[in-house]
Ligand binder design. Sequence first.
Ligand SMILES: CC(C)(COP(=O)(O)OP(=O)(O)OC[C@H]1O[C@@H](n2cnc3c(N)ncnc32)[C@H](O)[C@@H]1OP(=O)(O)O)[C@@H](O)C(=O)NCCC(=O)NCCS
Length: 431
Amino acid sequence: MTNDVLPAARAGLHRPVRVRRARPEDADALGALVADVYVRDGLVPPTSPYVAELRDAARRVAQAHVLVATVPGEGGAEEVVGTITLAPAGTPFAEIARDGEVELRMLAVRHDARGRGVAAELVRAALAEGAATGARGAVLTTLEAMRTAQRLYERLGWVRTPERDWAVGALPMLVYTWDVPATPGARTEAATWPPVRVERVGPWHVGLSHGFTQRANSVLPLGVPDDLAAAVNAVEALYAAAGQPAVFRVGDPGAAPGLGVELDARGYDAGSVTDVLVRPDVAAGAPVALPPGVALAVADAPDDAWLGTWVASKGGRQDVGRRILTGAPAAYLTATDGGGAPLAIVRAAVADGWAALSCLQVAPAARRQGLGRALTVAAIEAAADRGASRAFLQVEVENGEARALYAGLGFVPAHRYAYRRQPTGGDAGTC
Ligand SMILES: CC(C)(COP(=O)(O)OP(=O)(O)OC[C@H]1O[C@@H](n2cnc3c(N)ncnc32)[C@H](O)[C@@H]1OP(=O)(O)O)[C@@H](O)C(=O)NCCC(=O)NCCS
């Protein structure tokens, strides 16, 4: 699974920040940036041999995962303003990572780009990458002098772990760790979005819902079939009979190891990449007020206005949409203006103690007024009233606006998967 662009739109920035994987051609600019930042901040003496290592970004790009934060520069060309390096345990740049951990190193933001949340976006993107590669936790080392960075890590949920502190000569190295939170898992996720029909192919669940949403029209490859190629053939036959392309959800633990290679060989597309974000508790935070003149209604079933708003954005059959949604207990929230017209909707289903948030939509003319945030908070509360103790949601990696909203509400990356589609055309839509 590859995805090159990890957008990180930030409010308050006159130039939006994007985070993406570094390419070999970024190496010179990156190396200069990191060496300059560390020397100018007084973290490394200019004569230290470590400066040459900081400058050698080409080796890092080749041997580790390096992310860069960029802003649009003169004439539209992008300008690199920050970077971070991820080193999974056992790889050349990992100094202290243990099995199952990814180590974050060499975080640096150019001086003229500071104070705008670039470092937070880099760390969040690094955690999402780490979770995507199946890491169970992350670890990093800081120096006493890196106080600003330490405040940032603590704000993002990192925990000081003094028992793992170490030293370089007489210089103390302070260690922080971060645990990837538990995920609901594909079965619980599916229970909150049940397909109209599920067929079994060995251990796999084949969802069929007249093509309405990828989630309800894809295979959960839960386990390893006896004959992988024969199982994929059987799946393709089921979808062909329904007049749809086959779609597989890939990236979950326990799925057949050779599935990705098999789908590559059959020409399946690289897939839309989705992160599962988790909020480990539903405790009420600071109250979030609705904008003036906006009313909020909470119901146990979607009314026609709610459903019409949602289905209109997907372009499918309303009866199928209703059937999928009402297959699981859920709260449906609608924000309306003074005249009763819907401005925003969201759904909070509940399964296995999890709140599953979905279908958040704010009318374009009503955006950036706090409605998305207020509805998300209200949906979590509605799910808590219905028995949920933690929350999750799925968001495409490219949806920078929504990711920024959720990050601000304490959602953190826990898992990543992709939907891979048979090359026969058709658009099942996503939510
Ligand atoms: C994502 C979406 C729901 C946000 O709704 P909204 O009402 O505009 O969001 P809010 O005004 O409550 O903004 C809350 C935070 O989200 C982030 N955000 C929202 N829109 C943003 C944008 N265009 N650029 C950068 N950040 C943005 C900011 O962090 C913002 O906080 P701030 O205003 O204090 O900086 C809206 O853009 C939308 O409906 N998008 C299409 C549907 C969608 O993507 N749904 C989510 C599916 S998972």
